[in-house]
Design a protein. Structure first.
Length: 398
């Protein structure tokens, strides 16, 4: 099999000196300022039914640097500022293409602190990364090597809410190539009692990362709520403590999902999942916390891009397909199936575990795609055809 060109981001933690941290913090502030000023200009033009493009905002940036009020913009590297304008252009392209909402202004406290450098804004020599406007390289913890001969096209420096510094290098990874084809296919039903139930009958436990740290998180949040609002040092320390707990939960969850999705993609050629609307499901106040902790959307995202990397196929069955109520043995459809019912018996005499039965039905509906084009969606953004239920009913008619 021929290798495909995959651009992959390699993320590492680093520990800046005081001078580097101050320089990067100034850069983050200037990036936010330029983005917001350009967005304000384009918003005013939009109100006048005019359009301002990237070239015009780039020329404006040059003029802004010449003013006394904004002269500090010239003290940081110009590369991240130009990249901020390009990101704004991409945001407007998504808006005009009806793929995203209207761009929003960046907040000093809530928005992500990051700056992106292109090849002219950084230098890598002998395993050391040096950014523009800095006289010494970053102290990076190289937890894994970059691909041999890889040359990063962009470097993104960021600081998360827990105060940790990260550098992400985007480069082509020649090591990503399609895996040898296998005959295995699996249906995957997500849940809360068990994170995943496979059509093979295997059940994967839900680690409930947030629940394990819930008491510790609640205690830290109570301490934060007692601090006076503002920019005081005590409130900052309390906020940082809460952020570190959230970061630990997110890191454990992400690590578990990465290991799980890699295993599923390596073992199966076809993976069938259900096209769930998680954003609507979390509106249920009784289940929102558990659903968010399960991270079904993140699981699907990881599964889809890894399948694309390694030559596998992910099929998303229409959300209205009655996978839980359909008997996988005879095809009979139960009238109702409350969530409290975990095991049920069909009129044909077959006894089903609710989740295992759903996984088997998802697999059957997914495999029907290659035969009759039932209503499933291979990607989240692509609409499907007829419903799988109607298509399977048409198949049974003589």
């Amino acid at each position: 099999m021929t290798a495909i060109q995959v651009k992959r981001a390699f993320k590492y933690r680093f520990y800046p000196t005081d001078a580097q941290a101050a320089e990067l913090s100034r850069t983050f502030g200037c990036v936010r300022k330029v983005y917001n000023m350009a967005l304000a200009v384009r918003t005013e033009a939009w109100a006048r039914q005019e359009r301002v493009n990237y070239n015009q905002t780039s020329a404006m940036l040059t003029e802004w640097k010449k003013t006394e009020e904004l002269a500090y913009l010239g003290e940081v590297s110009a590369v991240p500022l130009q990249q901020a304008l390009r990101h704004l252009q991409a945001a407007f392209a998504g808006f005009f293409g009806k793929r995203a909402k209207y761009p929003r202004f960046k907040s000093r406290k809530k928005s992500r602190r990051s700056a992106e450098y292109t090849t002219s804004g950084f230098r890598i020599r002998d395993g050391h990364l040096t950014l523009a406007k800095m006289d010494r390289p970053l102290d990076i913890v190289w937890s894994r090597p970059l691909p041999e001969g890889a040359s990063p096209s962009t470097v993104t420096v960021s600081q998360d809410s827990a105060g940790r510094w990260f550098v992400s290098m985007l480069c082509e990874d020649p090591g990503v190539r399609p895996l040898p084809a296998v005959d295995a296919a699996v249906g995957i039903d997500v849940g809360l009692d068990h994170l995943l139930t496979l059509s093979s009958g295997e059940k994967i436990a839900n680690p409930r990362h947030e629940r394990k740290d819930r008491a510790c998180l609640a205690r830290a949040q109570r301490e934060l709520s007692r601090k006076a609002k503002g920019d005081g040092a005590n409130r900052y320390k309390a906020r940082l403590k809460v952020a570190k707990i959230h970061a630990r939960i997110a890191d454990r969850r992400r690590d578990h999902l990465h290991k799980l999705t890699t295993r599923l993609v390596c073992e199966n050629q076809t993976l069938v999942i259900e096209d769930l609307t998680v954003r609507n499901m979390v509106k249920n106040r009784n289940l929102a916390r558990a659903i968010s902790d399960a991270a079904w959307s993140q699981f699907r995202s990881l599964l889809e891009y890894k399948a694309a990397w390694y030559g596998r196929e992910v099929i998303a069955v229409d959300r209205f397909f009655p996978s839980s109520r359909l008997c996988s043995a005879c095809g009979a459809l139960a009238e109702s199936m409350p969530l409290s019912v975990r095991i049920w018996t069909c009129a044909c005499g077959a006894t089903h575990d609710r989740d295992a039965n759903a996984a088997k039905n998802l697999l059957a509906a997914g495999l029907a795609v290659s035969v009759c084009g039932a209503g499933v969606r291979p990607q989240r953004r692509n609409p499907g055809g007829r419903s799988a239920t109607k298509q399977k009913t048409l198949q049974r008619e003589p």
